[in-house]
Design a protein around this ligand. Structure first.
Ligand code: SF4
Length: 721
C-alpha cells in the first residue's frame, strides 16, 4: 500500500512522470512554503517510460506553486472599471449562458470564441470541441498551440499526410547525428536534451549540429554550431539538400517508391549552391559543407526542432524543409532517425488529437473535409451540416474580431494572452473593447484577469484527473491527489455545465472525466491516432504510447497504420505514409526571409525565448523562490561590437523600440549573440515590472498555412537610456 500518486509534470511537452506524496510523512517535519502552506513531495517517476525518474527544476518545484495566487471563487463585474464581486457558481453561469443565448440570437454563434491552452487536459479539450463546434456550430475554438506548434502540424500533414511526430525518445539513444534547429533544448526541453547529451558524450562518433543565431547552452556542446542570420533557415535547408544531391547522398529507391514531387524539389534546390547559401546565412562554406557531410555520412539522423522553426511566417515550409532532408536520405521510419518536433506545452499533443485548433476536429480530422465532418456529426448525434466547413477564428483573428465588433464573447481558458500574444499592446487594447470576457483559470491575479468580466476558478494540476500526451505520443493519466482549492472545478466540468444550461443536456451526460475520455477515444477509431484501447482504468496501470487501438483492431492496425507491430513505437516503419497514395510529399519552396527584415530605421533583429527555470508568463514559476533567484529579471543580449558602437555597457538600461511599441532591459554584453541580432527572454508581463514585455515589440504577421505568427523575430532600434 502506498500513498504516492503518479502524475505528469504540467510544464513542457517532454512530459516527465512525477510521483507525488503528501506533505505529512511519519516521523518527518512538514515542509512549508513562505506562506505556511504544506508542500507536497514531488520526485521523478522512475517507471515513467519517457523520463525514467528524471526531472528539471520546474518539475522538481511544481508543488510549491499549487497554493499560491489561486483564484478560489467565481467573480463578476459589469464593466472593467468596476471591482469584482464574489458570486455563486449559479449566478456566474446564469450570466454567461444568458449572454451566449442573446449573442446567438442577435449576431449568431460565430460571435462566440473560446481561446484555450496546451495546459488543458484532453478531456477539457474534448468537451470544449463538442460544445463549440458540435452544439453551437462555430469552429471558434483555438488554443495557444496556434502560437506554438501549428506549423509543425501543418508541415506533418502536408508532407506525411497526418499530424503526429513519427519518432520516440529512444531515438535519442540511437542516432548517429542530431540536427537541432530552432531549439534551445538544453533549457527548454532539458530532460530530452540530457538524454541526447549523454549519448553524444559516450559515443565520440555521434555528431550534434545546432542551428541557432544565438550561442545557447545547447549550441555550446554541439560539434557544429551554425549561427545563421534569423530568417535564413530555408536557405540553409535547401543548401544542405543541394550538397546531398550533388555528392550523391540520396536514396533513389526510397524516393522513387515512397515519395512524390521530387523533381520540383530538385529544381528548387539547384538554386542553392554553397557560396550563395553561406553568404545569405552568414556562415562559412566550410561549415555548410560539414553539416551536409554529417547528414550524408550518418546512417541515422534525428532532427529536433521547436519554436525557432515554428514561430515564423515560413514555419510550415521550414518544417517541410526538414522533412525533405529525411525523405531524400531515406532517414524516416527507422530507429534513431526522423523528423521530431519538440512540443512546447504538456498537452499540446492531446489538444491536436482531440481537435483543439479552429481548423481541426477530434481524431486528427479537419473541418474542411466533408466526410470527416459527417463522421463527427453522426457520432455526436447532431444534425448533418451543423459543423461549419470553414476555419474558425485563430488566436489572432479573435483579437481582430474584437476590434471590428464581430466577437461579442471571448472565453479564455488556462492561458494568459495579455502577455503571450504578439503585438500585445494592440491585443490589450482589443481586450479592453471586448463586450464580454470570461476568464477561466487557476490563478489570480494575472495580466489577463484585468480584462475579464467574469472569473471562473479552475482546478489545476493535482486537483483533477485527466490525460495528457507528450511529444513522443505517450499518454499519461494525471491523477488528482487533493481536492480543488475553494470552489474551483475542473475545466471540462465547467464547460459541460454551460452546455447543459444551454439546453444540450443529452450531449454532456458525463459523471466524471473517465466517462469523457471513454467517449472521446471512440472518435479516434481507425484514425492515425487510434487510442480506442485506452481508458482511465488502463492508464492507471501506467502510461501508454499511441497508436493503441482496442484489442479487436490491434492486428489490423499494425498492418494498415504504418507500423510493423503495435508494440513498435515509431510511425511509418513500413514506409507507407498517411497520404491517399501512401507516398510522402517533397515540398519545393524558395526562401522569402523575415516578414519584417531590419532596415536603416530599425537595424537590429530581435529574437526571444525561454529561460531554463521560468515557464511562459510566470503565473506559476514567478512564485517559486528558487526559480526567481535563478532568473531575477529580464535582460537584453547584445554583441560587444554593437554595444561599443552605441556606447552601451553591461547592465546599462536600454530602450528597445519596434514599430509597435517599446520596452526597457538591462544590457548583457555577450558574444553569445551575433552582431546585428539581439535576444530577450519572453516571460515578463505587466505584473512583473514596467515595460519589460517582449511582445510589446513583436508583430502578428503569420504563416499562410499554419496561421502561426512570427513571434521569433522583428526589427528594432536601440536607444541607450
Ligand atoms: Fe517538466 Fe519539461 Fe522539466 Fe520534464 S523537462 S520536468 S516535463 S518542465
Amino acid at each position: 500500500m502506498t500513498d504516492t500518486t503518479r502524475t505528469l509534470c504540467p510544464y513542457c511537452g517532454v512530459g516527465c512522470g512525477l510521483d507525488v506524496s503528501p506533505p505529512a510523512q511519519p516521523g518527518k517535519a512538514i515542509h512549508r512554503d513562505s506562506q505556511g502552506n504544506p508542500i507536497w513531495k514531488v520526485k521523478g517517476d522512475r517507471n515513467h517510460p519517457s523520463s525514467q525518474g528524471m526531472v528539471c527544476v520546474k518539475g522538481a518545484t511544481i508543488a510549491e506553486s499549487i497554493d499560491k495566487n489561486r483564484l478560489r471563487y467565481p467573480m463578476l463585474r459589469d464593466s472593467l472599471d468596476q471591482p469584482f464581486r464574489r458570486v455563486s457558481w449559479d449566478e456566474a453561469l446564469t450570466h454567461i449562458v444568458s449572454r451566449m443565448r442573446s449573442l446567438c440570437a442577435t449576431q449568431g454563434a460565430d460571435a462566440i470564441c473560446m481561446y484555450g491552452s496546451g495546459q488543458m487536459q484532453t478531456e477539457d479539450y474534448y468537451v470544449a470541441q463538442k460544445l463549440l463546434k458540435g452544439c453551437l456550430g462555430t469552429n471558434n475554438f483555438d488554443s495557444n498551440s496556434r502560437l506554438c506548434m501549428s506549423s509543425a502540424v501543418a508541415g506533418y500533414v502536408q508532407s506525411l499526410g497526418a499530424d503526429g511526430p513519427p519518432c520516440c525518445y529512444e531515438d535519442l539513444d540511437l542516432t548517429d547525428c542530431a540536427f537541432i534547429i530552432g531549439s534551445n533544448a538544453a533549457e527548454c526541453h532539458p530532460i530530452v536534451f540530457n538524454r541526447l547529451q549523454k549519448h553524444h558524450k559516450k559515443n565520440h562518433n555521434v555528431k550534434m549540429i545546432v542551428v541557432d543565431p544565438r550561442r545557447t547552452p545547447t549550441a555550446e556542446v554541439a560539434d557544429l554550431h551554425l549561427a545563421i542570420h534569423p530568417g535564413t533557415d530555408i536557405d540553409l535547408l535547401n543548401g544542405i539538400a543541394h550538397l546531398l544531391l550533388h555528392w550523391g547522398y540520396f536514396e533513389s529507391e526510397f524516393v522513387s517508391e515512397c515519395t512524390a514531387n521530387f523533381p520540383a524539389f530538385a529544381e528548387v534546390i539547384s538554386h542553392y549552391p554553397p557560396d550563395v547559401v553561406a553568404r545569405r546565412c552568414g556562415i562559412s562554406v566550410e561549415d555548410l559543407e560539414t553539416s551536409a557531410r554529417y547528414w550524408g555520412t550518418s546512417k541515422r539522423v534525428l532532427s529536433l526542432w521547436s519554436m525557432g522553426v515554428n514561430q515564423s511566417t515560413e514555419g510550415t515550409a521550414k518544417v517541410r524543409g526538414i522533412i525533405n532532408l529525411h525523405l531524400m536520405t531515406g532517414q524516416i521510419g527507422k530507429p534513431g532517425c526522423g523528423p521530431f518536433s519538440l512540443t512546447g506545452q504538456p498537452n499540446a499533443m492531446g489538444g491536436r488529437e482531440s481537435g483543439g485548433l479552429c481548423n481541426l476536429l477530434p481524431g486528427y480530422r479537419h473541418v474542411q473535409n466533408a466526410q470527416e465532418r459527417a463522421e463527427v456529426e453522426k457520432f455526436w448525434g447532431i444534425p448533418a451540416g451543423r459543423i461549419s466547413s470553414n476555419w474558425g477564428r485563430t488566436a489572432w483573428d479573435m483579437i481582430t474580431g474584437l476590434e471590428t465588433g464581430d466577437v461579442g464573447l471571448l472565453w479564455i481558458v488556462a492561458t494568459n494572452p495579455a502577455v503571450s500574444l504578439p503585438d500585445v499592446k494592440r491585443a490589450q487594447a482589443a481586450l479592453l473593447r471586448s463586450p464580454f470576457t470570461v476568464y477561466q483559470d487557476a490563478y489570480y491575479p494575472t495580466e489577463t484577469a484585468a480584462y475579464a468580466h467574469v472569473l471562473l476558478p479552475a482546478a489545476q494540476w493535482g486537483e483533477k484527473t485527466g490525460t495528457m500526451t507528450n511529444s513522443e505520443r505517450v499518454v499519461t493519466l494525471c491523477q488528482a491527489f487533493r481536492p480543488p482549492v475553494g470552489e474551483a472545478k475542473p475545466d471540462w466540468e465547467i464547460i459541460a455545465e454551460v452546455g447543459r444550461r444551454l439546453g444540450f443536456t443529452d450531449k454532456f451526460p458525463f459523471a466524471n472525466s473517465a466517462e469523457v475520455y471513454a467517449e472521446y477515444v471512440q472518435l479516434t477509431r481507425d484514425r492515425p491516432c487510434d487510442m480506442t484501447g485506452l481508458s482511465h482504468a488502463r492508464l492507471a496501470q501506467g502510461p501508454i504510447q499511441w497508436p493503441y487501438p482496442d484489442e479487436a483492431k490491434q492486428e489490423k492496425l499494425a498492418e494498415s497504420l504504418h507500423t510493423v507491430t503495435v508494440s513498435v513505437k515509431r510511425l511509418y516503419t513500413n514506409l507507407r505514409f498517411a497520404t491517399p497514395d501512401g507516398r510522402a510529399r517533397f515540398s519545393a519552396y524558395h526562401s522569402r526571409g523575415l516578414a519584417e527584415p531590419p532596415d536603416a530605421e530599425y537595424p537590429f533583429v530581435l529574437t526571444n525565448g525561454r529561460l531554463y527555470g521560468h515557464w511562459h508568463t510566470q503565473t506559476r514559476t514567478g512564485r517559486i523562490e528558487k526559480i526567481k533567484q535563478m532568473h531575477p529579471q529580464p535582460f537584453l543580449e547584445i554583441h560587444p561590437r554593437d554595444a561599443a558602437k552605441l556606447k552601451i555597457q553591461e547592465n546599462d538600461l536600454v530602450e528597445v523600440r519596434s514599430r509597435r511599441g517599446k520596452a526597457h532591459f538591462p544590457a548583457k554584453v555577450t558574444k553569445a549573440i551575433a552582431p546585428g541580432t539581439l535576444f530577450i527572454p519572453m516571460h515578463w508581463g505587466a505584473l512583473w515590472g514596467d515595460e519589460t514585455e517582449a511582445n510589446a515589440l513583436t508583430h502578428p504577421e503569420r504563416d499562410p498555412d499554419s496561421h502561426q505568427p512570427e513571434l521569433k523575430a522583428c526589427a528594432v532600434q536601440l536607444i541607450p537610456a
